[in-house]
Design a binder for this molecule. Structure first.
Ligand SMILES: [Mg+2]
Length: 334
């Protein structure tokens, strides 16, 4: 099939969504009705760096590429808007697989209520997917950056941690055992292992929670893409503060403990260094605690308070008995 035919088939799979789209895919450029502030981010995933085709199917790759980009909009408190996608396709990925990748992306786009408004397809030696997303806000005050944390405030996190890293361990164990579908690390229930795998392959960006937390008074926010240890450091640096967090407070996803132990890893270490959880880490004044918990609950996610903001710099991760742990760093893709 020619490239034009493939592009045609891709466009037929995409649905317009949202009030802002004037001209979607198929013309020379997309046309979108703007709101006051455009919030833009771009993310790229590459085979061999961010995923392997032995553990990630085409649909998973499409979903994940968009999820990662949308998670950055969630961390700003923006409304989702449009996505623009560049697909670099290797010769050994057939057109059917390319269309499945688009289907995975479109599935998440529908769930997140964003529109894939344009894109590009090229041939390439490796599979690379770039997604640029634009979110919207009406006023600067609706948005939250990484830079607003002050000493004395609380540090919270949405949802559960470590699930994605544990899911990847399960996937790798399966791949190593020749893709026996129910292969899983010892000590982990099959339904729990399946949930961990889903958590890794189909992360759901916290767009609703990001908006709610921003509106409820979060002072700084970041999404957990590289792991709590690394992303907390980014927030601390941009805010010019120190974050003091307790590892005993970590909300570990079910099964993380069993999978980590089976793989010879410490569960808390796996949860803070494992990436791809796409939860939101945020700060807020202590008096805002009920409002933030309520805002997250309204968006369908729990909040766990991990510690507080102090004067200084860096991140202290205190283990059992408050003893600080050194040398924990998140996984940085390179
Ligand atoms: Mg981010």
């Amino acid at each position: 099939v020619s490239e034009l035919a493939l592009i045609d088939a891709i466009e037929r799979r995409l649905r317009a969504r949202g009030a802002g789209m004037v001209q979607g895919p198929g013309d020379d450029a997309a046309v979108v009705r703007s709101r006051a502030l455009a919030v833009t981010s771009i993310d790229t995933v590459a085979e061999g760096v961010h995923f392997e085709r032995s553990t990630h199917g085409p649909r998973d790759i499409g979903w994940k590429a968009l999820a990662q980009a949308l998670s950055d909009l969630a961390a700003m408190g923006a409304d989702g808007g449009e996505a623009y996608v560049s697909l670099a396709l290797p010769a050994d990925l057939d057109d059917e697989a390319a269309l499945e990748l688009v289907d995975g992306m479109e599935e998440l786009a529908a769930l997140a209520e964003v529109a894939i408004a344009g894109g590009d397809v090229v041939r390439s030696p490796a599979l690379v997917v770039s997604v640029a997303v634009t979110g919207w806000a009406d006023d600067e005050a609706e948005l939250v950056t990484r830079a607003g944390a002050s000493p004395g405030e609380l540090v919270g996190v949405t949802g559960e941690l470590g699930g994605s890293a544990a899911g990847l361990l399960v996937l790798r164990a399966r791949a190593a055992r020749g893709a026996v579908p129910d292969a899983r690390p010892a000590g982990c229930d099959p339904a729990v292992a399946a949930a961990l795998v889903r958590r890794h392959l189909r992360p759901e960006p916290r767009l609703a929670a990001g908006r709610s937390l921003a509106a409820a008074g979060a002072t700084a926010m970041i999404d957990l893409s590289d792991g709590l240890a690394t992303d907390a450091r980014h927030l601390a640096r941009r805010s010019g503060v120190r974050l003091e967090l307790s590892l005993s407070a970590l909300p570990l996803a079910a099964g993380v403990e069993a999978v980590a132990r089976a793989g010879g890893r410490d569960p808390a270490e796996l949860a803070v260094t494992g990436g791809d959880d796409y939860e939101l880490l945020f700060t807020a004044p202590a008096r805002g605690r009920p409002a933030l918990e309520g805002a997250a609950a309204a968006a369908g996610v729990p909040v766990t308070w991990l510690g507080h903001v102090a004067a200084g710099d860096g991140v202290v991760l205190a283990g059992e008995g408050g003893r600080p742990l050194e040398g924990l760093a998140g996984y940085e893709h390179q």
